[in-house]
Design a protein around this ligand. Structure first.
Ligand code: HEM
Length: 254
């Protein structure tokens, strides 16, 4: 039982490490939306054009990391509950119980967010119109490619969806600010003397991820409500409105 718990802890920490790295790379990629349509479209197209075994290999690897992380977390929570029926026994146990409750809650919300997010921007079942958004802007050879920029802007023009994304990023921030330093603890790399420093780095990292992700939906909302302009408004009023009108997107404003 002890060794299996230890194995689960390692698996949870290693899969967490993969996800910590992924969110940074994904955030950095997303920030290219702020550099304009050509930049983000070219980037998204270069990812989509990777050899199939690299593209699908990394997708499956990521999916495995999410599933392993969620499964080991759930299983360790159940084991800990069984091992410590009286959570109020000592203060430290109480604190650990609260932290694991918070991690379980934010982790479950993130899992729901990931499912929604994939249906929204990757599988595009929520708005199938997104799959039809094509352009030559950002194309390396002048042929039509998917218009990731238009999709993201159309997606975040819905206030409710943007707010949902920002709230989910808040959950990610809370999850990472504890999870990041837990990884070091689980792998036996967090000595008492390093604890405070690692905790500080964890909080800094979590906030960078929060701001880096949230800035995209917040910028679209800011432009929509006339607070700030981060892209050419003529593009917004002509190309986006035209294409969105034909797909009925902007008519369904939330
Ligand atoms: C505001 C925040 C976010 C934005 C704007 C965003 C944007 C996007 C976009 C546009 C795509 C589709 C790319 C394409 O097919 O062209 C995508 C895919 C994806 N996103 Fe996000 N994302 C955000 C947050 C997150 C977070 C927090 C996670 C995970 C915790 C995540 C995980 C994924 C995954 C797993 C994919 C699928 C990648 C693939 O197709 O292989 N995203 N995201």
């Amino acid at each position: 039982m002890f060794s299996s718990s230890l194995g689960k802890k390692y698996l949870m920490a290693l899969s967490g490490l993969v996800l910590i790295g992924f969110v940074f790379v994904h955030m950095a990629g997303n920030l290219q939306v702020l550099l304009g349509q050509a930049q983000i479209n070219a980037y998204a197209h270069s990812l989509q054009s990777l050899p199939w075994f690299i593209l699908w290999g990394s997708r499956l690897f990521l999916l495995a990391a999410v599933l392993i992380h969620a499964f080991t977390a759930y299983s360790l929570i159940v084991e800990n509950r069984k091992a410590r029926p009286n959570l109020n026994e000592i203060e430290a146990t109480k604190r650990a119980g609260l932290a694991s409750l918070r991690m379980g809650l934010t982790g479950s919300i993130l899992l729901a967010f990931i499912v929604f997010h994939l249906l929204h921007f990757t599988i595009r079942t929520i708005y199938p119109e997104y799959a039809e958004m094509m352009t030559t802007v950002g194309s390396p050879d002048g042929t039509e490619i998917h218009d990731a920029f238009l999709m993201v802007i159309s997606g975040f023009k819905h206030d409710v969806i943007s707010v949902f994304y920002v709230v989910a990023m808040g959950m990610l921030c809370a999850h990472l600010s504890h999870g990041f330093s837990s990884v070091f603890q689980s792998l036996g790399l967090r000595s008492e003397s390093w604890r405070a420093k690692i905790d500080l780095v964890a909080i800094g990292y979590a906030w960078i991820i929060f701001v880096g992700f949230s800035i995209v939906p917040l910028s679209v909302l800011a432009q929509k409500h006339g607070i700030y302009e981060f892209y050419d408004p003529s593009f917004f009023s002509q190309e986006v409105e035209e294409k969105s009108l034909s797909t009925n997107l902007l008519n369904n404003e939330s």
